[in-house]
Unconditional design. Structure first.
Length: 260
């Protein structure tokens, strides 16, 4: 039985990377008169580096006008990252970052059917709250049985630390939960912890991983393009979204294969 859904945040709940973090980084660059900007393509390449501060330090190694001294680069990265978080909070508060289609509906399904939910991310708790408070209210944490962020799990995905901690706090075995992720690093983290994972491909990660998923598709908000395919006469197809019942079916099939 599926007892809990474990949500990733960036790229899974919303397209935060392209429309939130990237924009906020560029605003921080401008505010501090840093002489470079990150376009969509370059930022997509930087996503291979886990963590915003880590991306800044990596990029500075290739920016000819970046500080040459390592301590100065560290100090600049700290200032930029802190300011970026402020700009990011303003962006999400303005309503410019909607949840991805089907996300809120699936959350409502979980509440209705008593399936617990958790947040499992290695972004900061401040950024998670900034995203979810406009959509779920100031008490957004009450919607989740467990919230694991960078504060609790400093090791970035693909390290499985965040998922291992979530399982401990939920007191559930791996076969009773399902992660929802969008990135190869997130899928690898879930798989390394033994957690089955459903993949909703995002703007920066449009191609599904070769393996490791229970189901993969373009969006929870429609039934087209999913593997395994959604039956045309199913309840999910009638609603034209991936509902909890469909996810429970995929999860049961995957657990039967695991047991066999």
């Amino acid at each position: 039985m599926l007892s809990a859904i474990l949500w990733d945040v960036d790229g899974t709940l919303a397209e935060t990377e392209r429309d939130g973090h990237r924009v906020a980084f560029n605003e921080a660059f401008e505010a501090l008169a840093v002489p470079w900007r990150w376009d969509e393509e370059h930022y997509g390449a930087l996503l291979q580096i886990a963590g915003g501060r880590e991306r800044l330090l990596h990029d500075m190694q290739h920016q000819p006008r970046a500080p040459q001294n390592a301590a100065e680069r560290e100090a600049l990265a700290e200032r930029l990252h802190s300011l970026k978080n402020d700009y990011y909070a303003r962006i999400v508060a303005s309503g410019a970052l909607p949840l991805r289609p089907g996300v809120r509906e699936l959350m409502n399904d979980c509440v209705r059917d008593g399936v617990r939910m958790a947040i499992v991310t290695t972004t900061s708790r401040v950024n998670v709250g900034a995203l979810l408070a406009p959509h779920l209210g100031a008490d957004w944490e009450s919607a989740f049985a467990v919230v694991v962020t960078a504060q609790e799990s400093p090791r970035k995905k693909p390290d499985p630390q965040a998922y291992q901690l979530a399982l401990q706090r939920l007191r559930l075995p791996t076969e009773s939960v399902l992660a929802i992720e969008d990135s190869p690093a997130g899928v690898a983290a879930a798989c390394a912890a033994g957690v089955p994972v459903l993949v909703t491909c995002s703007y920066y990660f449009p191609s599904p991983p070769v393996r490791g998923w229970v189901a993969v598709g373009p969006s929870l908000g429609n039934c087209a393009g999913w593997q395994p395919a959604i039956a045309s006469g199913s309840a999910a197809a009638a609603a034209d979204r991936v509902a909890l019942g469909q996810i429970q079916e995929w999860h049961a099939q995957a657990m039967a294969r695991r047991a066999g």
